[in-house]
Design a protein around this ligand. Structure first.
Ligand code: GH3
Ligand code: MG
Ligand code: MG
Ligand code: MG
Length: 316
């Protein structure tokens, strides 16, 4: 059996994105208060097998965006019944920041400065009516492809290369926001650091490739238990962290015990070897706002105690 050290999960992710780009549908949110024009534009895009969500007002468009529907591109007339297209653009950027989808402006007004102002305000592109259908559709497609690639890059930037779960960077970027949310809800929460016991010995005995298989196994098992509810990341080496989304200490402790016992029981088959591992976990409670580093430091101290008390245990 040959063990290959391939970052399978990332390659699978990239392949999935390429497939989505190749045959996935593009969805456009089309906003125009002139109903005849809305109808025509929707028809042009649908003829190109682009999915269209229609809105005749800015507030209706924002409603669609707030509902979290998957929209790749927004195409908006600059002169809507309830707001200027540039205002809709600003509202979208306020809501979504750097992750906002591209917004293409449309206008039948002669003033060339409209286009300049729209682009200046962060618009991705601008098309003046009347237009060539092929050019309009081409611009929409290009914007959608860029958006899909940006999303793919964001996912790759947030993923751990070896295991495919979130990486340290993502954990530190989004963790503080999750703590804020928990504390504002009046929930305390907890943070766990999990470290594989005697992992250096395992590497030394079986080799680094087998070590990598073990890391992937641990990540997969943890992900299966943690799901999307809590924030799980590989902090580095053989260390993982879970930021719980508002569990009581007792619940978080029970959760960590479940992970620890599950991992201790599972047999890891790698290169004709059958291995078992154990993990130690430090669990700290978060009850008041402090620096994110402090929470991790507290969890790390409990981890240190768990190691010194003999490993294969959760300490809080
Ligand atoms: P303890 O029970 O005290 O945690 O002991 P340990 O051996 O697990 O801890 P130590 O920090 O001494 O060793 C961690 C090892 O993890 C050392 C390093 O070679 C290994 N390691 C770090 N990153 C990777 C990786 O990406 N792949 C593999 N295979 N090994 C790694
Ligand atoms: Mg370690
Ligand atoms: Mg160590
Ligand atoms: Mg270790």
């Amino acid at each position: 059996c040959i063990v290959k050290n391939e970052p399978d999960s990332i390659n699978r992710l990239i392949a999935a994105v390429d497939r989505a780009l190749a045959n996935g549908r593009t969805t456009v949110l089309l906003v125009d208060s002139n109903l005849a024009s809305l109808h025509d534009l929707a028809g042009i895009l649908r003829e190109q097998r682009i999915s269209v969500v229609e809105a005749s007002r800015g507030d209706a468009a924002l409603h669609v965006i707030d509902a979290g529907d998957a929209i790749d591109v927004v195409v908006t007339d600059t002169n809507l019944a309830d707001m200027a297209g540039a205002v809709l653009l600003k509202e979208i950027h306020d809501r979504q920041g750097d992750e906002a989808m591209p917004v293409i402006g449309l206008s039948d007004e002669g003033d060339a400065r409209l286009a300049a102002r729209f682009i200046e305000a962060g618009g991705a592109d601008f098309v003046r009516k009347p237009f060539l259908e092929a050019e309009f559709c081409g611009r929409v497609r290009y914007a959608a492809a860029m958006q899909k690639r940006m999303q793919a890059l964001r996912r790759v930037a947030a993923s751990d290369y070896l295991t495919g779960i979130y990486n340290r960077r993502h954990f530190f970027l989004t963790g503080p926001r999750l703590v804020d949310q928990c504390l504002r809800r009046g929930d305390g929460t907890s943070i766990a650091i999990l470290d594989i016991d005697h992992f250096k010995r395992l590497n030394d005995t079986y080799g680094h490739e087998i070590g990598d298989i073990v890391l992937k196994h641990v990540a997969r098992r943890m992900k299966a238990l943690v799901g999307e509810e809590h924030l799980l990341a590989r902090l580095g080496g053989e260390e993982f962290s879970i930021l719980f989304n508002g569990l009581s200490v007792r619940e978080a402790f029970a959760f960590c015990e479940r992970i620890r016992l599950g991992l201790a029981k599972s047999k890891i088959v790698a290169d004709d070897e059958e291995l078992t591992i154990t993990v130690s976990v430090g669990l700290a409670t978060i009850e008041a706002p402090e620096s994110f580093d402090n929470y991790l430091h507290a969890a790390d101290q409990f981890l240190y105690m768990a190691k010194h008390a003999g490993r294969n245990r959760v300490m809080s």
